[in-house]
Design a protein around this ligand. Structure first.
Ligand SMILES: Nc1ncnc2c1ncn2[C@@H]1O[C@H](COP(=O)(O)OP(=O)(O)OP(=O)(O)O)[C@@H](O)[C@H]1O
Length: 360
């Protein structure tokens, strides 16, 4: 693929010291984000999505330790390419140079990132004043423009509003305006819509897409919701027990998934047609990361597990130049196993729906 990489994570491993022992939260993650594209990171709770993005932002909690890996960030904002390795920065340097300024994050619950005692206008202006020493007048004008960009009507009037005077959807828009205030190159969205109702969720997703078109920003979504992924992602990484177990272009993950865990996630998703029919839930509970892995961490929950899965962790097998999955089922000597028939039917239906909507 001949595209510009903005972020490149290699062999990232992170653990946390806890009273119960060492939690191996991230185990050798490799991921890339390309300029102007959207990467969605999906997986059940505890799979390592948040820890991965916290490492990018330099906000890991105190008991976290990066055991290996690099995170290369290539900035093109100044017109020339500047490559920096984010893990080499101290927390202070990250706050001063990267966090909020080059890479910004939108959290799930807007109330936790908004200050209830400050008008929203001042909150949007704050980052520009801190990072760029922008004059008050200029920061004010830009804040008004940003409110307009995120679809808030009468932006000048709204500058003086306090968070409690706005609806949930409006607050999320304000949080997005704050995130965009320093013209970041990467926007990270942590489940930006789960606290909102379905129609407003869809509007926020559209808004981010629209902003992406206008600004060329690169976006990372972390979410449980494959419905969200289908709407927004160019590229999808599926995480399980601290590893990326499958990654590929969005259509490769939706129409030609290869990992039984991805089959499980797709089957567990409410049907796009009926909105409530769930084919299947993945049995068992997520792997306990306090334990040492022997073999594939997913083996216990995998009804397609082979003997080798209990002994050896599968490497990433290449499906296409853009699609990889870590399952022994892709080994040339593996028995032929294909996805469950019900899921095949569902995928076929999804494809037909997209065609009938005039999509790809
Ligand atoms: N500060 C911490 N101390 C100990 N363990 C932690 C800490 N932060 C995260 N973990 C562990 O790391 C693992 C990955 O957590 P993470 O929050 O990244 O999961 P997630 O996929 O984002 O889940 P969710 O969707 O619920 O946010 C979990 O087992 C979690 O318990």
């Amino acid at each position: 693929m001949n595209k510009d990489k903005v972020l490149s994570i290699r062999n990232l491993s992170i653990s946390f010291q806890t009273s119960a022992g060492e939690v191996n939260a991230i185990r050798g993650v490799n991921l890339d984000l390309y300029q102007g594209e959207t990467l969605a990171i999906v997986g059940e709770s505890g799979s390592g999505k948040s820890v991965t993005v916290k490492a990018i932002m330099g906000i890991l909690s105190g008991n976290g330790k990066v055991k290996s890996g690099t995170i290369d960030f290539t900035s093109r904002k100044s017109g020339e390419e500047i490559k920096e390795e984010l893990l080499s920065f101290s927390k202070k340097e990250m706050r001063r140079r990267i966090n909020g300024r080059r890479i910004a994050m939108v959290f799930q619950d807007p109330m936790t990132s908004l200050n209830p005692t400050m008008p929203i206008g001042s909150q949007i202006m704050e980052g520009m004043r801190y990072h760029y020493k922008t004059s008050k007048k200029e920061a004010y004008e830009k804040a008004v423009k940003l409110l307009d960009l995120v679809g808030i009507t009468e932006p000048e009037k709204r500058m003086k509003s306090y968070p409690h005077q706005l609806s949930g959807g409006m607050r999320q828009r304000v949080v997005i305006a704050i995130a965009l205030s320093c013209d970041p190159e990467i926007l990270i969205c942590d489940e930006p819509t789960t606290a909102l109702d379905v129609t407003i969720q869809a509007k926020i997703l559209e808004l981010i897409k629209d902003i992406q078109k206008k600004t060329g920003i690169s976006v990372i979504y972390i979410t449980h919701d494959l419905g969200v992924v289908a709407k927004v992602a160019d590229y999808v990484a599926v995480m399980y027990a601290g590893k990326v177990v499958e990654k590929g272009l969005s259509e490769e993950i939706f129409y030609d998934p290869r990992h039984p865990y991805t089959w499980g996630l797709l089957s567990a998703m409410p049907d796009l047609d009926t909105n409530d029919e769930v084919l299947y839930t993945i049995p068992g509970s997520p792997f306990n990361l306090l334990n040492k892995t022997e073999g594939d961490a997913f083996a216990e929950r995998n009804r397609f597990a082979l003997n080798i899965d209990y002994r050896l962790e599968p490497p990433m097998f290449e499906v296409t130049e853009t699609h990889y999955a870590a399952t022994w089922l892709l080994h040339e000597n593996a028995p032929a196993v294909s996805m469950p028939e019900a899921l095949k039917e569902r995928i076929k239906r999804m494809g037909e729906e997209v065609h009938s909507l005039g999509g790809e």
